[in-house]
Design a protein around this ligand. Sequence first.
Ligand SMILES: Nc1ncnc2c1ncn2[C@@H]1O[C@H](COP(=O)(O)OP(=O)(O)OP(=O)(O)O)[C@@H](O)[C@H]1O
Length: 465
Amino acid sequence: MEVYCTRPRCPRPQNYFADLDDITTLKTTQQKYCTTCGMPLLLDGRYVPVKLLGRGGFGAAFLARDRRIPGMRQCVVKQFQPAGNLSLSQLQQAQLMFEREAEVLSQLGNDHEQIPDLFAFFPVIVNGLQPGQQDQFFYLVQEYIDGQNLEEELVQQGKFSEQQVLEVLQEILKVLKFVHHRGIIHRDIKPSNIMRRRDGRLFLLDFGAVKQVTNVALGSAASSTGIYSMGFAPPEQMAGGQVFPSTDLYALAVTIIILLTNKEAVQLFDAYSNQWKWRMQVTVSPRLADILDKMLLPAANQRFQSAQEVLDALNSQAAQASTQFNSPSVTLPPQPPNPSPVVPRPPTQPAFSTVELLGGAAFSGFEGALIAIALFSLVKSSIVTLSIAFVILGILIFAQTRRWIEKFDLLIIPTISFAIIFFLPFLQGGLGIKAVVFLAVGGSLVAISLTAVFRLIYKLLSLLL
Ligand SMILES: Nc1ncnc2c1ncn2[C@@H]1O[C@H](COP(=O)(O)OP(=O)(O)OP(=O)(O)O)[C@@H](O)[C@H]1O
């Protein structure tokens, strides 16, 4: 039988013991030791690690068998093994988090089917690799969920459909409702922490980052300790402030838009406008999009305040859909009208208002004409003039889209350009200053008209589609 050594830096962790293939020997043998580093392999005399599942922030997870249970039940053994050079207080904090996972699983796991059960939590003291040194490890044994996490599913199957994410949303919201009612905030919801068992059942994993709120009332808060997954944590958690049930709802919504788009969080968040820009990546029903956007609002008090509120909103969406289409294929049961209606669509304003757009066009037309006149005076070739003028104009337009040029720049730059041409008559192409003004204003008006027409067409098309 293969037995995996759990010592963090064991050079050859795979061991093979032919005698353990015999079930009676496996049940009765006292202990086995790693043939390379001497680490005891049968943890707590009972759990036999067989495979490394992965390494996370606080340690490693192993697939193991419980030799004391008939049928050698599979389980997951997590070992506390913080990475990096931590200070004593950081180490104590990390150990506390690990112990907390055990505590929370013992409180929640046995009471909710979709949270793994806790089987054991124990320390092991062993001889260190250096002579005369002792090492202490902590182990947490929990129910093994045989399946795939949603991050793995995403890699394998690509984008989730609206129906698929609705199922994930509903299932995890129900688990979160239970968790929050117990006064616990998960704080690390993400696709890799949601596991789908082979029979389709979804499980919420990894309670290592949880925070217990002292007051069990919903909406009450706990302070954050800075443990979170980048991209999934809302502003209050990133700032190390208080966390709320709506902190988990935010991370769940990030999870859902990642599943819908198969893009990373950083690709969906526009840091410049401080907004999630996911809607243009995928088409879902406007109600679901509105619900997700409300979960994603930066201010915790503007989001849904509980998992139940989101479930109500989703159910009223399903009820609406079923009356609208009278379709038996809608899986969500019809519910009474939503007592807490979804707020109107949160700000999804375009990056530029119409006034800004037309102002930018006026600037580009005016400046473009001045540049063309000045260039033509210098090179006397219309082809070269037009080529260079288009490149410069392109750069100016690009700079506007990035807002490197905006507001007063749109007045200052043409004023300076005009002043240069005014005071250097050889740049007026022999036209005289009046003709220059006429052409520049003309260029400006043409650009405004073209932009207005394109904007109108764009608006009409987006209404029709
Ligand atoms: N109860 C479980 N059943 C099945 N697989 C599990 C279970 N718990 C964890 N795993 C798997 O073990 C691997 C390591 O999990 P672990 O929780 O230690 O770290 P992580 O979730 O990958 O990272 P982090 O803790 O930094 O979020 C992951 O692939 C995870 O899917």
